[in-house]
Ligand binder design. Sequence first.
Ligand code: SAH
Length: 273
Amino acid sequence: MSFMDDPQWLTPAHGAAPGTTVPAGFVTLVGAGPGDPDLLTVKAARVLRQASLVLYDHLVGEQVLGLVPASAERIYVGKESSCHTLPQEGIIELMCKLARSGRSLVRLKGGDCYVFGRGGEEALALAEAGIPFDVIPGITAAQGAGACAGIPLTHRDHAGTLVLATGHLRGTNESALDWPLLARPRQTVVFYMGVATLPTICTQLVAHGLPAQTPAAIVERATMPDQRVTTGTLASLPQLAIDRAVRAPALVIVGGVVSLQKKLSQGQARAVT
Ligand code: SAH
């Protein structure tokens, strides 16, 4: 029996007899922020403290989960781009099934629910199923990395545009991204899920007009105590990533703003640890 069919999760709330229709439970999509548990919103923390059932992703840390009452059920639905515990359709199916059985739940996702991570698909499924839901924003990884690594994403001397892009190219499908747009001058591009495709990203940006010496950085585990920043240029970053054995979760940040990183990270001390 799959855990989705386990009757303990399908017990109707409100004491309704089996077989009777119960009002759908409420689903709260919650952005858990980029890693540092102190970067949860006050609202997200309140909802987590009151939760009785939580479906959570791979990128949600232990300390954030620690806010959930011990009596609550936690279901890990995993989700790394290459290794899903449950496929996306399975997550949506489980969430809708639980809500239809009358159970209210928190769907906890890394960063912000609507920035990659497919939260939009989950919300659409809820809307289409007529299940009541709300969405609580979270700090997305790009914001966390910018602030905590010393990269002011839209410093006006360097960028007038900020682009959040996926580096996940489904194999080597380089045409999946709008390279001419991504290679425009005076902008900052933050690639999520870009570690595996870093050589392609750098090659394509140069092929579409960005100078090979354009500053670029990788921020691993942004906002966490073991955050690591690697800076270089479009020409040097792929080799640096190999030399330093860069691993996900990590963001690739491209643009002139990266040139400010050294000075800012030297001047910046953690106000609260
Ligand atoms: N919804 C999330 C993004 C999910 S996609 C958000 O808003 O942040 C998953 C990708 O996000 C990872 O592959 C990585 O590129 C990025 N990511 C998430 N947390 C991160 C962190 N703490 N440091 C660096 N990158 C992170």
